[in-house]
Design a protein around this ligand. Sequence first.
Ligand code: KDG
Length: 314
Amino acid sequence: TPYVLTFGETMALIKADTPGPLAHATSMSPGMGGSESNVAIGLQRLGTSAQWCGRVGNDALGELVLREIRAEGVQVHATLDHGAPTGLMIKERRTAALQNVIYYRKGSAGSRLSSTDVPEQLITGAALVHISGITPALSDQAAATVHYAIAAARAAGVPISLDLNYRRALWNAEDAAAAYQKLIPLVDIVFAGDDEATIAVGEAPGPAALAQRIAALGPSQVIIKLGSEGAVAIINGGHYSQRPIAIDALDTVGAGDAFVAGYLAELVAGKTPEERLLTAAQTGAFACLVSGDWEGAPRRSELGLLGGKEPVSR
Ligand code: KDG
């Protein structure tokens, strides 16, 4: 069966259970998250096979990470790193509406990702390879792994998607821009928030113009994610816009990953651009309704549930 391959760093995630300063938290819940494994899980939930490669420490948090990804049906190819710990994120819920993510990931196992962790035959056998712009920010070796995977995919004619996924805690905008400008011409599909697109290609008069600038660098599909305002896209030369799905967001972290999973699931299934964008908007909205980076991702049968039907289904 066709599968999407992705790789990157997934960390343990410990979140405060109630709002307030982290230093005064009294109870916290363990979990895990990582942009690429979030996408893989989102795909699996929609019925698209996904495989994930990564590196974790030989520790309990690594065990937690791998167990949770596997439990979602994602095929996991993990290297156990005996020389570095699994990375960690802590989520402070400063107020009911305001979250803060703190990373403990410098020198982590996941940041030491190397090309041997992503076997070439997995790349060449994939229906699509998905990369996030977080990986090149982790280390020179992780950045080299991204370029190795892109070269292998391109040589085999496997399409590549890239979510820019800017993380300010990992690098500055200037370094990120330089990395994005190297990557964008090498991939087929780019996902970016409008702020991220601006980092990559500079200020433009609106999201459609940002998409145009990115498309001018080569990718045939450029999707600008606008959060609560929906999305605009340029797909094979055509312009598209997707209306948002009205929801009361509880936790927007992971929504972008869910959006990407929705889009890619429909792309791999041969659906139209309109169908890809609609599913993406639906999956993104679902992810916002649950506290957790990936737990809220919908199953295919649930996609139509948002948007004002009966509150109870029996
Ligand atoms: O996209 C959600 C991610 O931010 C989260 O799950 C963790 O991969 C992550 C990161 O590096 O921020």
